[in-house]
Design a binder for this molecule. Structure first.
Ligand SMILES: Cc1cc2nc3c(=O)[nH]c(=O)nc-3n(C[C@H](O)[C@H](O)[C@H](O)COP(=O)(O)OP(=O)(O)OC[C@H]3O[C@@H](n4cnc5c(N)ncnc54)[C@H](O)[C@@H]3O)c2cc1C
Length: 446
């Protein structure tokens, strides 16, 4: 267990900058929390360790002038806070271009949707849904998803299930228990909700890209965000919190920490945090995920079929057609877990051909010549630490959604992992930011 001793704390400068509320982290939850407080005239500062806002959301502009998301992007079914915020900030939304079912491919071969492999997978998915409802055996707390899947006799079915679990959660399957996975499935409202485009978590997109929302929120908070300002220590006492950061020392009446628990372990606390918070930090890890978007003049593949597919060949990947209506072609690829980290060893050119090469047989050889290429390995981002979210390590339940948001003195906790609904998603980040801001508004009014 990592114990943060008071001796770790830096001395700080004599006269800290006074502020009513300090928000730690300028991801979606921190930006939303700060906006809520600022709207009510409450003096707020946001301390962000990176040089940009957004955290796990990040947009880039393509060579064709379109915008693509390297981080969080989809508005899921029922993500009404996200949809409302996008509309408020003037972002246009569109529905995903999606087939009824993705194709499943291995090498040059397409696997039949009604074949033996697909039927085995569907039967196992059904068993998981039933177990989720009836209650997961306790012994599955120590049983990794990888070891459970070893019992599936059909190799292709096993491989497809591995990729479905990995890409939907970004977990390392050796480090993720069946109990934790099925708890996640139950919390998210079932596998269909997690895996589907229409009616599920991947329903809609923003034309301007979701990262633009973070940029617009940051612009509204102009002058209130201090970048390159990693918080290293928090001293809390009866009247407030003294914050030590790379940009200096601050004194706040209230603090909102939005940093996910495994990353927040790098912040020293005096006095020590309660045991349940230390356990949460120590027993969770950030998922590993690599995302790429290939950009084309138009989504030419639609002339021969849909691009949405699961690729079984290593690296296993999920491919989506995220092209905006009447815009250029955007082909989005997600690779998760250890297979995402393996890509780090390759040169950028080798990585691109490793990813696009297997798609040529299915989408046409033009796929090998994109006009633009955008990629990001989130597990290598030292500020964010990975994504989509923090995950419980095998044998531990502290990281199950939603994680504890019980305030610790004048410190309030936000971040997507703490959301009551849709934790792990942008919707959850927004919910948590609003909730923490309102806790503080109420406390300050008392
Ligand atoms: C590749 C990828 C794809 C995704 N796809 C989707 C999707 O399609 N739809 C969806 O809804 N969600 C998606 N997600 C998840 C979604 O992006 C996150 O749930 C959400 O952005 C989390 O926001 P947050 O504010 O809670 O945390 P974060 O965005 O992680 O914000 C925390 C901030 O704290 C900062 N920080 C860390 N340590 C410190 C410190 N010591 N001091 C100061 N600042 C610090 C970080 O730099 C970061 O900016 C995806 C995530 C990834 C990575």
């Amino acid at each position: 267990m990592t114990q943060h001793q008071p001796a770790d704390l830096p001395a700080g400068r004599e006269h800290p900058q006074a502020v009513t509320v300090a928000v730690i982290g300028a991801g979606m939850s921190g930006l939303v929390a700060a906006r809520e407080l600022h709207k009510r005239g409450i003096d707020v500062v946001v301390l962000e360790s990176a040089a940009r806002p957004g955290g796990r959301v990040l947009a880039e502009t393509t060579v064709l002038g379109s915008r693509v998301d390297l981080g969080g992007q989809w508005i899921g079914h029922g993500h009404h806070r996200f949809a409302t915020l996008a509309a408020e900030l003037g972002a246009g939304a569109f529905d995903m271009h999606t087939p009824k079912q993705p194709s499943i491919v291995e090498g040059d071969a397409a696997i039949r949707n009604q074949g033996r492999d697909a039927l085995t997978v569907n039967a196992i998915l059904l068993v998981w849904e039933i177990v989720t409802r009836l209650g997961t055996p306790r012994s599955w707390k120590q049983r990794s998803v990888r070891s459970w899947l070893r019992r599936v006799p059909n190799r292709r079915a096993r491989r497809l299930l591995e990729i479905l679990v990995s890409v939907s959660t970004t977990a390392d399957l050796d480090r993720y228990s069946m109990h934790a996975f099925l708890a996640m499935v139950r919390y998210q409202g079932g596998l269909t909700a997690m895996l589907s485009t229409a009616g599920g978590a991947q329903e809609g997109l923003l034309t301007e890209a979701t990262g633009t929302l973070a940029e617009r929120l940051a612009a509204e908070l102009d002058g209130k965000i201090v970048f390159d300002s990693a918080v290293t220590a928090l001293h809390r006492d009866e009247t407030g919190v003294t914050i030590h950061s790379a940009s200096g020392t601050y004194r706040a009446d209230k603090v909102i920490v939005t940093v996910p628990a495994p990353m927040a372990a790098g912040i020293a606390h005096h006095p020590l945090l309660p045991t349940h918070r230390i356990r949460l930090q120590d027993n969770t890890y950030m998922g590993s995920v690599y995302k790429a978007i290939a950009v084309f003049d138009r989504p030419f593949w639609r002339e021969r079929g849909d691009a949405e597919m699961i690729v079984l060949t290593e690296p296993g990947m999920a491919v989506f057609d995220t092209s905006p209506p009447e815009g250029p072609g955007h082909l989005c690829v997600l690779i998760a877990g250890p297979e995402a980290r393996d890509l780090d060893e390759l040169s950028p050119d080798a990585r691109r051909s490793t990813i696009l090469g297997p798609l040529a047989a299915h989408l046409g050889s033009d796929i090998l010549e994109p006009r633009g290429w955008h990629e990001k390995a989130w597990h290598r981002d030292r500020h964010v630490g990975g994504g989509y979210s923090a995950l419980p390590d095998i044998g531990h339940e502290e990281g199950y959604f939603p994680t504890s948001a019980e305030p610790t003195g004048h410190i309030h906790w936000a971040g997507t992992e703490t959301a009551r609904e849709h934790a792990g998603y942008i919707e959850g980040a927004i919910e948590s930011g609003e909730r923490a801001a309102h806790e503080i508004i109420t406390a300050l009014a008392d």
